[in-house]
Design a protein around this ligand. Structure first.
Ligand code: FPP
Length: 249
């Protein structure tokens, strides 16, 4: 018989804790298909997906991951039916309300990636409250990408750079990759070492385009609502077998 607990323990033991990825990014995909397979509405898939957010955030922080970035709502997701968007916003609010205590207890700081000024007022305020309340926590940074698009982020960064050049705050000659990074939502954070995308799709879908230049990719056919602790460990174990050369030899 399949012993899940044993499998989890074995996988956990095979992780080299001294070589953990500093930053893991996840494209949480497959909620809709998970629900469809069960003849459930898409929002049921998102609800189960939220349960996995709780689980993976806790697991990541427990094993010592320092940065976790989750793609929760893209700039393209506004094209979905209003009902589904409302459902996603409700889940976000619910998650933050229910989990805030836990996040604080686990010393997790919430940051956002994306232009949250475009979120409806209720969810926006809830997010701002969570960011404010957790701002002194320092065990793990949890980036929640909301109304996020990689291209939008890069174009927005360029606009701000041009403005700062006009205002004399920086000079064109001073602009390099490190300065440019300071104009992204991930300012001050290391780039993701590992990008996880479940659900069988093999694309980036506009997620962290600039930051992901040298990330290792881990794809799987599992839908996000089925993505458990053991899959997270497996991704790390596989990541640790990769030979990262960053363009060198
Ligand atoms: C992609 O699956 C998933 C999303 C667009 C939303 C992700 C949201 C959650 C996991 C729940 C709430 C998040 C937080 C942070 C509390 P899809 O709907 O595109 O799936 P499909 O490709 O199978 O249709």
């Amino acid at each position: 018989m399949y012993d899940r607990k044993k499998k989890i323990e074995e996988l956990k033991k095979s992780i080299d804790m001294d070589k953990l990825p500093l930053h893991i990014a996840i494209i949480m995909d497959g909620n809709g298909r998970w629900a469809k397979k069960r003849f459930l509405p898409r929002t049921a898939g998102h609800k189960e997906g939220m349960e996995r957010v709780k689980e993976i955030v806790e697991v990541a922080s427990n094993i010592g991951i320092k940065y976790l970035s989750l793609y929760a709502f893209s700039t393209e997701n506004w094209k979905r039916p209003k009902e589904e968007i409302d459902g996603l916003m409700k889940l976000l609010v619910y998650y933050l309300r229910v989990e805030l205590k836990n996040l604080n207890k686990n010393n997790i700081k919430i940051c956002t990636l994306g232009d949250i000024t475009k979120l409806p007022e209720g969810p926006r305020k809830e997010v701002q409250y969570a960011v404010e309340t957790t701002k002194h926590n320092d065990k793990m940074i949890l980036n929640i990408a909301l109304n996020y698009g990689g291209r939008d982020e890069i174009v927005g960064g360029i606009k701000n750079i041009v403005n700062d050049i006009k205002m004399g705050k920086i000079k064109v000659e001073d602009l390099d990759e490190s300065v440019f990074s300071d104009y992204l939502y991930t300012k001050g954070q290391p780039d993701p070492d590992l990008l996880i995308r479940p659900s069988g799709e093999l694309r980036l879908s506009n997620f962290m385009l600039y930051q992901i230049a040298y990330s290792e990719f881990w794809f799987s056919n599992i839908y996000w609502p089925d993505f458990r602790e053991e899959h997270f460990y497996q991704a790390i174990v596989d990541y640790q077998k990769r030979d990262r050369r960053f363009g060198g030899i």
